[in-house]
Design a binder for this molecule. Structure first.
Ligand code: MN
Length: 379
């Protein structure tokens, strides 16, 4: 059975007040091409389908169109499971009615394990989704003592193991943080103070564990206990990551063959560092200048209207840092006299930037007089 494992789509996400819906549409189109080309039989989205529990209308439209293509036109089954960002009741609407059509929506956590059953040339294969639930919910719903995420997950996997037995091949789908996992800034922690970690070894007995939550693709404990990662970068901390989906082939013996298939975004997300003039020059011949950028300017003087200057060349600069200025700012002693000198040098920088020439002695004394007068007025 050929399964495409992906997760953390976060449809409807905004980044620095910019909607990523066009980028998400582009990457889902690419995923659909992979499903066609590689003759995928089942698509698993292991949580965080949407970015929030009440997603914006364009995100719902995009998911609707995607499901229509994958399940409707291609006839490929899908499991869409709730993660910590999803509203489980909303995501699970009409799940029982839709499952007959090959669309399996998994919203709130089950009371009894509820496998989704498939058949291939080797026989039966069971998929067990474990949608995200906090330990308090698991405790209350299952009447157990579990104090944290690890104990709660251990209990749920124990139930799955009992339900499935040892003969049938089983894939577990979960949304959790595995101990030792590498995090990114775009993940919302599942609990404060590090109590969120789950031990990877609980997942060892299964053919494959399709995990969601961590946005970088990685495995923990064993090759078949794996995060597919998000299909797009959702923070600048992910700029070095290469995003992908994971193709998993489960053979007759229940062994998983794993292949990562890289994805190419509409616009990449990366950072640039240097002096303004250099960056503007480079940008003119940069074929990727539409990328989402974090710019770190190393210039040590004040510059007027920096963001607009940068955006003339790089239209999607989302965030600006000025380490050059901050370094100098920290060195300044905040005394009255120093502050006055600071104003003068800031103005001198500004003047030189705008006019291309330094202040003359006469101009300097005029500005010094004005600053003096302003300070007196304030006092
Ligand atoms: Mn996520």
């Amino acid at each position: 059975m050929r399964i495409l494992h992906t997760s953390d789509w976060h449809l409807g996400r905004q980044f620095h007040n910019v909607s990523l819906i066009d980028d998400q549409r582009h990457i889902l189109d690419e995923i659909i091409s992979i499903i066609r080309q590689r003759e995928v039989e089942l698509v698993i989205v292991a949580g965080d389908v949407y970015d929030r529990s009440v997603p914006p209308a364009p995100a719902i439209e995009l998911l609707d169109a995607t499901v229509q293509t994958i399940c409707g036109e291609l006839g490929v089954a899908m499991i869409l499971m709730a993660g910590n960002h999803d509203g489980p009741q909303r995501l699970g609407f009409a799940a029982r009615q839709l499952s007959g059509s090959g669309l399996h929506l998994v919203g709130p956590l089950w009371q009894e394990p509820a496998p989704i059953l498939f058949e291939d040339e080797h026989g039966a294969l069971a998929c067990y989704p474990i949608p995200y639930a906090d330990p308090a919910t698991v405790r209350q719903q299952h009447g157990i003592e579990a104090s944290g995420h690890d104990a709660a997950m251990a209990h749920l996997l124990e139930r799955v193991h009992e339900d499935n037995g040892t003969e049938r091949r089983a894939v577990v789908i979960a949304h959790c943080f595995l101990a030792g996992g590498e995090t990114s800034e775009s993940e919302r922690p599942l609990s404060l103070g590090g109590a969120e970690a789950v031990q990877a070894e609980h997942f060892l007995p299964f053919s494959y564990a399709a995990l969601g939550h961590l946005h970088g693709a990685q495995f923990r404990g064993a090759e078949h206990i794996r995060y597919a990662g998000s299909p797009l970068k959702y923070s600048f901390s992910e700029e070095k990551q290469k995003k992908s989906v994971t193709l998993v082939e489960i053979d007759g013996a229940g062994k998983a063959q794993i292949e990562k298939i890289p994805l190419t975004p509409l616009r990449d997300m990366r950072s640039l560092e240097g002096e303004l003039e250099t960056l503007l020059q480079q940008g003119k011949s940069d074929p990727q200048r539409d990328d989402y950028l974090l710019v770190r300017l190393t210039d040590s003087h004040a510059i007027l209207d920096v963001m607009n200057k940068l955006r003339e060349v790089y239209p999607n600069v989302l965030h600006l840092e000025r380490p050059g200025l901050m370094g100098r700012g920290e060195a300044l002693e905040v005394s009255r006299e120093r502050l006055k000198k600071g104003e003068m040098s800031l103005f001198a920088d500004f003047y030189a930037q705008v006019s291309g020439a330094p202040l003359s002695d006469e101009q300097q004394s005029i500005i010094a007089g004005i600053i003096e007068t302003l300070h007196k007025e304030v006092e």
